[in-house]
Design a protein around this ligand. Structure first.
Ligand SMILES: [Zn+2]
Length: 102
């Protein structure tokens, strides 16, 4: 039980939970039939591809970024390593957001 309390009292987890709920709400409010379903499917594909690229090529392309990511794999139970550092995410999302904006 204490792990749940630790998990859900984390500000990062709360922020992501709120953003996820907001995203789900906006998706429902602006549902546009098969276009929305295709967009959700495309988003899942982009996410899976991005995960593959990060794990396959990041160690060779940007070893400093990957080193921080390795901590996540070494300590999967610790909240402080659950997410990447902010500067890591800024670099990733500066490429990801323009891609999904298309
Ligand atoms: Zn990983």
């Amino acid at each position: 039980m204490s792990h749940y309390r630790e998990f859900y009292t984390s500000p990062v987890i709360r922020f992501i939970a709120v953003m996820s709920l907001l995203g789900a709400l906006l998706t429902c409010l602006h549902f546009d039939g098969y276009v929305t379903i295709l967009a959700l499917f495309f988003g899942a594909l982009v996410y899976a591809f991005a995960e593959y690229v990060v794990h396959r090529y990041l160690p060779k392309l940007v070893p400093a970024l990957y080193w921080r990511h390795v901590e996540h794999h070494k300590h999967p139970q610790e909240l402080k390593y659950l997410f990447s550092p902010v500067y890591h995410d800024v670099l990733i999302y500066s490429a990801y957001i323009p891609l999904v904006w298309l």
